[in-house]
Design a protein around this ligand. Structure first.
Ligand code: PEP
Ligand code: MN
Length: 374
C-alpha cells in the first residue's frame, strides 16, 4: 500500500542538536546505580565522540519480575551527568507520568520506545502531556515493521506542537531466524527518509544487533544511507549490566568504533556530481534495455503459450526450466552476481511466464478453434 506523505512542521536538527555527523547518543541500556551512571558518563565524555547521554530509567521488559529500571530516583543522576560532562541527556518515556517526571528533572530529550510506538493510545497520552512544551522527542520504530505506525506516532507528537522530532531505526521483530536481534529491514528507514527528507533519522545498532560483533557494520551502513546519527548502548562494565549485557560496548570500544567509521557526504563535489550523473544516465539506459528485454521475453512467452495451447502441451516443463536456471546461474556467477539474487530474478520471471501462459490456456475457445479441433 502506498503511504501518503505526512505534513510535519519540523525544527531543523541543527537548531536543537548541532553536532557534526554522526551525532552520537551513547549510554547504558539502564541506569543501575549512581556509580555506574557516572562512571559510564565520564568514560563516554573522555572519548569525545558523543553529544547525548542515554539511560533507561523505566524499562519495558518482556516478562515481569525482571529488572524494570530504577525509576525516578535515577533522574537526579542524569542531572549530575549533564553538570559534570556537558552531555545532554535522554530517557525513554512510555506514559504521561514518565514525561512529567523526566521534564521536572531537566532531562533534555525524551525518547519513545519501540513497544510504545506500537500503541496509539500511549503515544497520544504522551503527546497530550507534552502540549506546550518544546522538548525534543526521538521516536523509535514500532516493534513490527509498519511504517504507518511509525509515521502516526510522529504525527501525533507534531500535532501536539512538538517540532523537534527525530526517528530512531532500531530494527523489527521477525519470526524468521536472522543474524540480528531485530531485523534491520533497511527499506523501511529508506522509505521514511524518502517520504520525509527533512526528518532526522538515527540508527540504534545495539538493538538491531543484540551483540557487539556486528555493530560496526550496521553503524557504517546507517551512515552510508545518510542517516544523521547513532544511538549506541555503552556501559562501563557490559558483562555485569542488569539489562542487555550482550550488546553494550565499553566507552573505549565506543570511541574506537566511532573513530573507525567512514563518514561520506551526500553533497558531492562538482566533479563527483558529474561522474555520478554520467553513471546514472548509464543506469537509466540499462533499465530501459532491461524493460524492453523483459517485454520482448514475455511476448515470446505468450507465443509459446499459443503454440502449446494449439498442440495441447503442458505449460510447466520442469526439465526445460532447470536447464534455463542452470545456464543463467553459471553466466551470472561468472559476471560476479550472487546466485541468490539471480535465482530470485529468475523465479519472478518464471512466475510471470507461467501466469501469462495460464491465461492463454484458459482463454475460452473461439468457434474457429472448436471447429478446427472437431
Ligand atoms: C532501549 O533503548 O533500551 C530500548 C528498550 O529500546 P527499544 O525500545 O528499541 O527496544
Ligand atoms: Mn536496551
Amino acid at each position: 500500500m502506498a503511504v501518503s506523505k505526512p505534513n510535519l512542521n519540523l525544527t531543523p536538527l541543527s537548531a536543537w542538536l548541532p553536532s557534526p555527523r554522526p551525532i552520537v547518543i551513547a549510554g547504558p541500556c539502564s541506569a543501575e546505580t549512581e556509580e555506574q551512571v557516572m562512571a559510564t558518563a565520564h568514560g563516554i565524555a573522555q572519548q569525545g565522540v558523543a553529544s547525548v547521554y542515554r539511560a533507561g530509567v523505566w524499562k519495558p521488559r518482556t516478562r515481569p519480575n525482571a529488572f524494570e529500571g530504577v525509576g525516578s530516583p535515577a533522574l537526579p543522576w542524569l542531572r549530575r551527568v549533564k553538570a559534570e560532562t556537558g552531555l545532554l541527556t535522554t530517557v525513554e518515556v512510555a506514559n504521561a507520568q514518565h514525561a512529567y517526571e523526566a521534564l521536572k528533572h531537566g532531562v533534555d530529550i525524551l525518547w519513545i520506545g519501540a513497544r510504545t510506538t506500537v500503541n496509539p493510545f500511549s503515544v497520544q497520552e504522551i503527546a497530550d502531556a507534552l502540549k506546550g512544551v518544546d522538548v525534543p522527542v526521538l521516536v523509535k520504530n514500532p516493534v513490527n515493521p509498519e511504517l504507518q505506525l511509525w509515521l502516526g506516532a510522529l504525527e501525533r507528537l507534531n500535532q501536539a506542537g512538538i517540532s523537534k522530532l527525530a526517528a530512531v531505526h532500531r530494527g523489527f521483530h521477525s519470526f524468521q531466524k536472522t543474524n540480528y536481534r531485530n531485523a534491520p529491514k533497511w527499506e523501511l528507514a529508506i522509505e521514511l527518509k524518502t517520504l520525509l527528507p527533512e526528518l532526522p533519522i538515527f540508527c540504534d545498532p545495539s538493538h538491531i544487533c543484540g551483540r557487539t560483533s556486528t555493530i560496526p557494520a550496521v553503524a557504517q551502513k546507517a551512515l552510508d544511507l545518510d542517516l544523521q546519527g547513532l544511538m549506541i548502548e555503552t556501559h562501563v562494565n557490559p558483562t555485569e549490566a542488569w539489562s542487555d549485557a550482550a550488546q553494550q560496548l565499553t566507552p573505549d570500544q565506543l570511541g574506537e568504533l566511532i573513530r573507525s567509521l567512514v563518514v561520506r557526504s551526500a553533497d558531492a563535489t562538482p566533479a563527483a556530481h558529474a561522474r555520478i550523473d554520467q553513471l546514472r544516465t548509464l543506469i537509466d539506459e540499462l533499465d530501459d534495455e532491461l524493460v524492453t528485454l523483459l517485454t520482448r521475453r514475455m511476448g515470446v512467452v505468450g507465443q509459446i503459450g499459443e503454440t502449446k495451447r494449439a498442440h495441447n502441451v503442458t505449460i510447466l516443463q520442469v526439465a526445460r526450466w532447470e536447464e534455463i536456471v542452470q545456464k543463467a546461474l553459471t553466466q551470472a556467477q561468472a559476471g560476479g552476481l550472487s546466485a541468490d539474487f539471480m535465482r530470485g530474478v529468475l523465479d519472478l520471471i518464471h512466475g510471470e511466464a507461467i501466469r501469462i501462459q495460464t491465461s492463454v490456456m484458459n482463454r475460452p475457445h473461439t468457434h474457429a478453434e472448436v471447429s478446427a479441433q472437431a
